[in-house]
Design a protein around this ligand. Structure first.
Ligand SMILES: C[S@@+](CC[C@H](N)C(=O)[O-])C[C@H]1O[C@@H](n2cnc3c(N)ncnc32)[C@H](O)[C@@H]1O
Length: 258
């Protein structure tokens, strides 16, 4: 796997801002069973809870938390993502900031949620910040949609990405565990996986994968060349033009013992 330097990590973390509309239109959502699992592991409901959704991006998870009855505030560092969020969700509050220095009051949150965004933080700062902002018994929930690699076409497509960009994106995502999420060892995470799927046109699927940071930092030409080849593969495999994306959401939940 090509090593990720500090500067490439920062570049990738900020890459979404130039593609916020593409991100909002094509990225997958999260299933209701995920929110059931969060409530189950936290031991308290989302309805009526004070929730801060960090790295909220365009608001995919924030809107679901809001619909679930949570009193939710979004926190997002990026200009482009925050602007897209405001256009789509004018009735949900959003504050600019990031997980390393949360712009939130001490002991104010019942839940802190990070939907595909914890890996952009520095856990050495983000863990103590989470423990500061969560009330005693409050829960930190981290999750990632990961591709279901037991589905043959998905494993083959993932291999093509890894070979083309000389990366190991799936290992990066699947390798998420309590030790990686919190190298400080202060959080006692419980892990669950939730499988779900969606059927989308090939165009949506390609725009979805093209909105991942590994594509966004390659430059348009390299990304477009890969996506054109990928379109050929998928059109041969799915002549009706529809693919079923299958995901395992990896969920980690830890409660604040303080
Ligand atoms: C893959 S997107 C996830 C967006 C949204 N949560 C979702 O589920 O679609 C990652 C988000 O993390 C944000 N981000 C980058 N660095 C961050 C940091 N240090 N703390 C919190 N969020 C960060 C990015 O701006 C981006 O909006």
């Amino acid at each position: 796997m090509a090593p990720m330097t500090a500067s490439s990590h920062a570049t990738r973390a900020q890459s979404f801002n130039a593609a916020a509309a593409q991100y909002a239109a094509n990225r997958p959502s999260y299933p209701p069973a995920l929110f059931d699992a969060i409530e189950d592991l936290a031991g308290h409901p989302l309805t009526g809870a004070h929730v801060a959704d960090i790295g909220a991006g365009t608001g995919i998870a924030t809107a679901l938390l809001h619909a679930r009855g949570a009193d939710v505030v979004a926190v997002e560092p990026g200009d482009g993502m925050a602007a897209q969020f405001r256009r789509a969700h004018p009735d949900i509050p959003i504050i600019r900031g990031d997980g390393n220095t949360l712009p939130l009051t001490t002991s104010s949150a019942d839940f802190l949620t990070y939907a595909q965004s914890w890996h952009w933080t520095d856990p050495a700062q983000a863990v103590p910040e989470a423990l500061r902002v969560l009330r005693p018994g409050g829960a930190l929930a981290l999750w990632w949609n990961t591709e279901a690699l037991d589905v043959p076409w998905i494993a083959e497509a993932a291999d093509r990405i890894d070979r083309y960009f000389d990366v190991n994106v799936q290992a990066e995502k699947r390798g998420v565990n309590a030790r990686v999420a919190d190298p400080t060892g202060r959080l006692d995470f419980v892990r669950r996986e939730v499988r779900w799927s969606r059927r989308v046109p090939i165009d949506t699927h390609l725009a979805n994968i093209g909105s991942h940071s590994i594509f966004l930092v390659q430059g348009e030409e390299a990304a477009a060349a890969f996506l054109a080849e990928e379109r050929d593969h998928l059109t041969r495999a799915f002549p009706d033009g529809i693919v079923e994306e299958v995901y395992d959401v990896i969920l980690l939940v830890a409660t604040n013992p303080a």
